[in-house]
Design a protein around this ligand. Structure first.
Ligand SMILES: [Zn+2]
Length: 225
């Protein structure tokens, strides 16, 4: 997800591989879930309509490789002026995202349901629960959907339970932009994009930009094959 304060356009192998029906690692139905190895330096932001953005990501186990990928994702998020980035957006179908929603005059990292974070965080196998508060409208962007933004309604507060890079499971309550960011990123892990959530008027408004992305992606892929 993109930093709303930014002027930028508005968003392993081994034990954590999925097991196939025969129990063999890496033979799951999701071909993106088990890359042979990941070089974090080669990761980049994937743009719509890359099909990985539509896949449901797989639960992972924390390894040094996951830690290295998460660190690289935090760098990429900052490089792109984002406040959140999910693993499918860098080509990995893993249930992992990173976020950094900084404090501002409107957002605080303290209190029972903070709306900001003091540092960048990684969320491994995140699960959302107990949505609360009013449904709030807000214009969201996405790093995988450059030039596109639209109003999305989401509950104002929510609880997230996940594993951190230290291997410890934690549960946090968030509100405002932080709660919205978590919901946006967990959507990515389920193959859901803001295109599916934005109001009808914004879907229509973005039709041309969506078509442009599709044309660009098809042209880039044709060149690769
Ligand atoms: Zn996004």
């Amino acid at each position: 997800m993109l930093d709303p304060d930014s002027t930028a356009a508005l968003s392993p192998m081994g034990e954590h591989c999925s097991k196939g029906p025969d129990g063999t690692p890496g033979r799951g139905t999701n071909p993106y879930a088990c890359p042979m190895t990941v070089d974090p330096a080669t990761l980049g932001v994937r743009l719509y309509p890359d099909p990985i953005l539509r896949r449901k990501a797989e639960t992972i186990t924390l390894t040094d490789e996951v830690r290295a990928v998460a660190r690289r994702m935090i760098e990429l998020m900052h490089e792109h002026d984002g406040i959140g980035l999910a693993a499918p957006q860098v080509g990995l179908s893993w249930r992992l995202f990173v976020s950094f929603v900084p404090e501002s005059d409107k957002r605080s990292a303290s209190g029972e349901a903070p709306s900001a974070e003091r540092t960048a965080s990684a969320y491994i196998n995140p699960v959302l629960s107990a949505p609360g508060g009013a449904l709030v409208k807000y214009e969201e962007g996405c790093l995988s959907l450059p030039e596109i933004s639209g109003v999305v309604h989401r509950p104002d507060s929510i609880t997230i339970t996940a594993t951190g890079l230290d291997g410890v499971v934690f549960s946090r309550r968030g509100s405002g932009l932080l709660a919205r960011c978590w919901q946006h990123e967990v959507d990515h892990l389920d193959g859901v994009l803001i295109l599916d959530r934005m109001t009808q008027i914004y879907r229509m408004k973005n039709r041309g930009a969506v078509r442009d992305l599709e044309t660009r992606w098809t042209a880039a892929n044709a060149r690769m094959t």
